[in-house]
Design a protein around this ligand. Structure first.
Ligand SMILES: [Fe+2]
Length: 327
């Protein structure tokens, strides 16, 4: 697989410490057997899901402890209209996306192994928390006026970015398919590729780091930054669980790699469509930097799975970069 440097915006170094995945983590020594003995170095897949569940319990945070008064002040007085529009497009996409995962994850959980269900139940609660966090930010910092959660979703839907609409539409379709046959392993792998590899492992990691980089680099939106950092670390745990599921599926049947490739092909095809150019520049990222960031996350997740991208997928990635870099 060709190595690409992850790009850095002016704020990237400032936020590197915020994104350190090992800044909160429990070790395998924390997972003890029934008699208190430490587990061996060979963690089985079920044991690792239990470990992830323990990590969730230890680092759970209370979304209602956050107060957004300084963020509201920053939003209304310290940001330009372009910065607000760009920031809002991503924040609203996270709000809608978190809410959709809450709805779609239970279907995937029906056919999951028992230990995996602990991790997925935690993930559903975590997504409810993320929905609440972004919802509170939109109401209390941005100032969206609404009387209930559904009204907030209806009002903000026009701001959801196209980059998010395609993959979430695909996920809704895959969840419907799983609802009809929850034990179908190939349908599970297709769903897992969209949900854990792409949406959480690539989209969420890339775009949340852009928002955090902007807020930290400019010294703005302190409460958003606290919640976004906690959200980012939650996603790191969820991606580990999702990739573990895909690794396990690949180990049992290496042929499922074609399901992963086909799903990525669909996602990259729908994600290549965008009618809005240079949307992230107010936040410090050009379009080609954004694409490189997204591609570097995709390559890293594929490396963890031990799979390469076939030529047709490489072709979907590379011409975009060359076209943009070369003008
Ligand atoms: Fe989330």
């Amino acid at each position: 697989m060709r190595e690409l440097e992850a790009p850095g915006s002016v704020d990237y170094e400032t936020t590197r410490w915020l994104l350190r995945p090992d800044s909160i983590a429990i070790t395998r020594a924390d997972l003890r057997g029934a008699r208190g003995e430490a587990v061996s170095d060979d963690l089985s897949t079920p044991s690792t899901f239990v470990l992830l569940y323990r990590e969730y319990l230890r680092y759970r945070w209370d979304v209602f402890e956050l107060a957004f008064s300084q963020d509201h002040e920053d939003w209304t007085t310290a940001m330009t209209a372009d910065e607000r529009e760009s920031f809002l497009g991503i924040a609203v996409s996270f709000h809608h996306g978190s809410r959709q995962l809450e709805i779609d994850l239970p279907v995937f959980m029906i056919g999951a192994a028992e230990e995996h269900r602990l991790h997925l139940a935690a993930q559903i609660e975590t997504q409810a928390r993320h929905t609440t966090f972004f919802g509170r930010f939109l109401c209390e910092a941005v100032g969206v006026q609404c009387t209930n959660a559904m009204e907030l979703l209806d009002q903000t839907f026009p701001w959801v970015q196209e980059t998010f609409i395609g993959p979430f539409g695909l996920l809704a379709h895959q969840a419907e398919e799983l609802g009809r046959k929850p034990d179908d392993q190939l349908a599970q792998v297709r769903y897992g590729t969209t949900c854990f590899l792409w949406i959480e492992g690539v989209l969420a990691k890339s775009f949340l780091s852009v928002l955090m980089g902007f807020a930290a680099g400019r010294g703005l939106l302190p409460t958003f930054l606290v919640g976004a950092r906690a959200t980012y670390l939650d996603h790191s745990r969820q991606v580990r669980g999702g990739l573990l599921f895909l690794q396990d599926a690949l180990r049992r049947d290496p042929a499922v790699v074609s399901e992963i490739h086909d799903t990525l092909h669909t996602i990259l095809t729908v994600s290549g469509v965008s009618s809005r150019r240079s949307f992230h520049e107010p936040l410090g990222w050009s379009e080609d930097e954004m694409r490189l960031l997204v591609c570097s996350h995709l390559r890293r997740r594929c490396d963890v799975l031990g799979i390469a991208l076939p030529a047709d997928l490489e072709n979907l990635l590379v011409p975009i970069q060359q076209k943009d870099v070369g003008g």
